[in-house]
Every structure is written in structure tokens, then in C-alpha cells.
Design a protein around this ligand. Structure first.
Ligand SMILES: Cc1cc2nc3c(=O)[nH]c(=O)nc-3n(C[C@H](O)[C@H](O)[C@H](O)COP(=O)(O)O)c2cc1C
Length: 172
């Protein structure tokens, strides 16, 4: 039987919701990860950085921008050494300046993607997928990158049907 894995990053703390800043205990992407898990079943790997990004929204956007500029790949609390056991991999995360956070990109770059099916899900506040789908195709060499899904972060908690339908179709 095919095996599914979700790799995700999601940031708790201050976040932007349709024009105002709110503090959240559960990240937007995290909701979508639960919906994928419920819909198709999957093991889950959470990307966690050793040095946490700031809980303050604006400071965090500046930290993320600086990382992109310098090409930094932040150290992770734990590594995912291999995805050899999996057939289908969902890569889920927030849109940070048009793509996945550098911590996610750094992990993806270390894995062997040959022959894997990859599906990206991005939560965002207006940029949609940004260029994350192109980045997945570039980084996941040898993988088949399928249809990616953009979910508005402010509505992530209410997106179960959309996410579940997409995840099921991905695996058909
Ligand atoms: C550092 C940072 C950069 C962001 N950049 C963008 C962006 O370029 N485009 C966009 O639509 N939203 C952007 N956002 C908003 C997030 O993508 C959105 O709130 C997302 O749902 C957060 O997911 P999370 O709670 O799982 O971390 C940014 C948020 C942060 C913290």
C-alpha cells in the first residue's frame, strides 16, 4: 500500500488576518495538515528551527527577508534523514515572501526525491502559491510534482472540505 508523508512548517504567535494582527495558538498551515491526515492518512514531520522566529509579526517578516537575502538555511531541531519509505509527500507551509520558509527549503534540498510524488500546499494572505510550485519542481529533482493548493491563511481552519478533496484527488 502507498505510504504518505506530510512535511510542514507552521508558526504560532502573531499573524496577519485580513488586515489586522492576531495571536494564534495553532498555525494556519497546521489546520491543513490535520485535514490531509484525516482525509488520506499520513505520517507527519514538523520542521522546527533551533532558533525560533520572532513571535512578533513584523520582526518575523524582517528575519525571514534577511534569511532569503543571505540564502541562509536555519538549523533544525530534528532532521528527516530519508523519505525512502514514502510514495507521496505533501509539502505544506506558509508563504513567506513568495515561497516556503528557508528552513523548509533547506530540508527539501537534503532529500532524495527520485521517483516520489510531491504535492505542495501553501497558506497565504494574498500571494497564493507565490513561486513555491516552481521552487518545488526545481528542488525536488526526479520527483513528479502534482497540482499544488493555495489556501487563504485566515480561512485555513474552515478549509477542511477543500483540502480533503484536493488530497484525495492527488492520490487518485
Ligand atoms: C515572515 C512572513 C512572511 C510572509 N510573507 C507573505 C507573502 O509574501 N505573501 C502572503 O500572501 N502572505 C505572507 N505572509 C502571511 C502568511 O503566509 C500567512 O499568514 C500564513 O497563513 C501563515 O501560516 P502559518 O500560521 O502556518 O505559519 C507572511 C507571513 C510571515 C510571518
Amino acid at each position: 500500500m502507498a505510504k504518505n508523508l506530510v512535511i510542514y512548517y507552521s508558526r504560532r504567535g502573531e499573524n496577519y488576518f485580513g488586515g489586522s494582527i492576531r495571536s494564534i495558538a495553532k498555525g494556519n498551515t497546521e489546520y491543513c495538515v490535520d485535514f490531509i491526515k484525516n482525509a488520506v492518512g499520513a505520517d507527519v514531520f514538523e520542521v522546527e528551527t533551533v532558533k525560533e522566529y520572532s513571535k512578533d509579526y513584523t520582526t518575523c517578516t524582517e528575519e525571514a527577508k534577511a534569511e532569503i537575502k543571505s540564502g541562509e538555511r536555519p538549523a533544525l531541531k530534528k532532521m528527516l534523514d530519508s523519505i525512502a519509505d514514502y510514495d507521496n509527500i505533501f509539502v505544506c507551509g506558509p508563504c513567506w515572501w513568495g515561497t516556503y520558509p528557508c528552513a523548509v527549503l533547506g530540508l527539501l534540498e537534503k532529500l532524495d526525491w527520485n521517483g516520489k510524488n510531491v504535492f505542495g500546499l501553501m497558506t497565504h494572505e494574498g500571494s497564493g502559491l507565490g513561486h513555491s510550485d516552481r521552487d518545488l519542481k526545481k528542488i525536488c529533482v526526479g520527483a513528479n510534482v502534482g497540482k499544488c493548493l493555495a489556501i487563504n491563511g485566515s480561512r485555513a481552519a474552515d478549509s477542511e472540505r477543500e483540502v480533503a478533496d484536493w488530497a484525495k484527488k492527488c492520490l487518485r
